[in-house]
Design a protein around this ligand. Structure first.
Ligand SMILES: [Zn+2]
Length: 279
């Protein structure tokens, strides 16, 4: 981890209790009921005590939530023109439906890959913030951006599912950032969330620092569909959610398992995408 990966220092952030308190106050299922007006008033009261801060740099914001203008400008959003399969941005528009040379030479296991932003700078800090801290507010914002980057695939999906962590890793970290993004995405799009359909059954070492072949070896046999849950997947259009796409070895292992279980269509949707030297 380099200095640029570090999340802003604790002093510039409101205390964790604030996030928990605001999450409780602004819980989406509560928003719908008759207390909504009162609760949103409470939310504003909380903001007076702890004004919203930019999740990218920690600067205090006036009234709006989300990123400050500087962080916003520092995110490289992935927009068309891009390869329809790999979602790789093209430097110029070659017309609709064009595939990258990579997608033709080595068709991936999934049907398409979509990501919000290049994994660098502020986008990278947001991913780290989500991974290492209890930041439900961050997950909500990131999931909203993923819904848009999904380019209609989330709306067309039968279900959303996260790339799971092994339960030992889950115990040590207590938090699966992919599951958190998937949960918020499913709620935003009003789609079923398959939180326990795909299981990680092999403890894998960290992929960071491994070459492509070693990464593939590392994740071989790592996933399976839970007993009795094949019907969740068979014939279904699925969106598989992860926080970052790097070489794709992990996600491809998961996709192959879903495919073998009969999934009809699989979109991989990630928040960030490592491109070239940004891995
Ligand atoms: Zn900022």
């Amino acid at each position: 981890m380099t200095a640029s990966d570090e999340i802003p220092d604790e002093q510039s952030q409101p205390p964790e209790q604030y996030h928990r308190m605001r999450d409780r106050v602004l819980r989406p299922e509560l928003r719908k009921n008759a207390l909504a007006g009162l609760l949103s008033g409470l939310g504003r009261l909380v903001d007076i005590v702890y004004p919203p801060v930019c999740p990218g740099c920690g600067v205090t914001l006036g009234s709006h939530r989300g990123l400050c203008a500087r962080c916003w400008a520092g995110i490289r959003f992935i927009e068309r023109p891009y390869c329809e399969v790999l979602g790789l941005p093209f430097s110029r528009d070659l017309g609709p439906g064009i595939l990258s040379a990579e997608a033709i030479a080595e068709p991936p296991a999934f049907d398409r890959l979509r990501s919000v932003a290049v994994h660098a700078g502020v986008a990278r800090r947001l991913v780290h913030g989500l991974k290492y801290r209890d930041r439900t507010d961050l997950a909500t914002m990131m999931a909203a951006w993923m819904l848009r980057a999904g380019d209609g695939t989330v709306e067309a999906a039968d279900a959303i599912l996260p790339v799971p962590l092994h339960r030992f890793r889950m115990m040590s970290r207590k938090f699966n950032q992919s599951a958190e993004l998937a949960r918020h995405l499913a709620r935003l799009a009003d789609k079923p969330l398959l939180a326990t359909t795909l299981l990680r059954v092999k403890r894998t070492t960290q992929q960071v620092g491994l070459g492509v072949a070693a990464r593939e070896d590392n994740v071989r046999g790592a996933f399976r569909v839970a007993a009795g849950r094949k019907a969740d997947v068979a014939g279904k259009r699925l969106v598989l959610v992860d926080d970052v796409y790097t070489t794709g070895a992990t996600v491809s292992a998961a996709v192959r398992v879903l495919r073998r279980a009969g999934a009809a269509d699989i979109t991989v949707l990630t928040f960030a995408r490592a491109l070239g030297n940004s891995i």
